[in-house]
Design a protein around this ligand. Structure first.
Ligand code: HEM
Length: 130
């Protein structure tokens, strides 16, 4: 069996803006309902709707698309908006679990998951502050 190269070179090319919005909607719906993510759910505001939008805008740029978040809010290092929350390995892993389940929910293809694995861990671990 030959391994096929992916037909995209960035996650944005694979998902498009719409796909990224579906991913972030699924991400916060999962955070809302997954008992294992209750710890990080409790850190967020009651209404997760604004976060669906903000994470989508951030990820569109981070995944190789237009820098919509930076255009709106300036180029913000992600450690800053998280500095007021206690984020250790457990919180990082809860976040990554939600992202993993969200990728399941949108039926993300294996090549995309592979492309995201290390950088997604990297940015979540960078946000960790204890
Ligand atoms: C490592 C575990 C993480 C935890 C526990 C966490 C938690 C939070 C919390 C509590 C907020 C504030 C939400 C609110 O006001 O309701 C927030 C904001 C945000 N987070 Fe995270 N986060 C994590 C990782 C990430 C990662 C990896 C990304 C990006 C890939 C990200 C992107 C954002 C964005 C874009 C905002 C909004 C910032 C703003 O514009 O104010 N977060 N996060």
């Amino acid at each position: 069996m030959t391994t096929q190269s992916p037909t995209f070179s960035t996650p944005y090319q694979a998902l498009g803006e719409q796909g990224i919005r579906e991913l972030t909607n699924a991400f916060y719906d999962i955070m809302e309902s997954l008992p294992e993510a209750a710890g990080i759910r409790a850190m967020h505001q009651d209404d997760l709707t604004p976060m669906k939008e903000r994470l989508a805008e951030y990820l569109i740029g981070w995944m190789g698309g237009p820098p919509v978040y930076a255009q709106k809010y300036g180029s913000v290092c992600m450690t800053k908006p998280h500095a007021g929350f206690a984020i250790g390995e457990s919180e990082r892993d809860q976040w990554l679990l939600c992202m993993d389940r969200a990728l399941d929910a949108i039926d993300a293809e294996p090549a995309l998951r592979e492309m995201l694995k290390e950088p997604m861990f990297g940015i979540a671990d960078m946000i960790r502050n204890r």
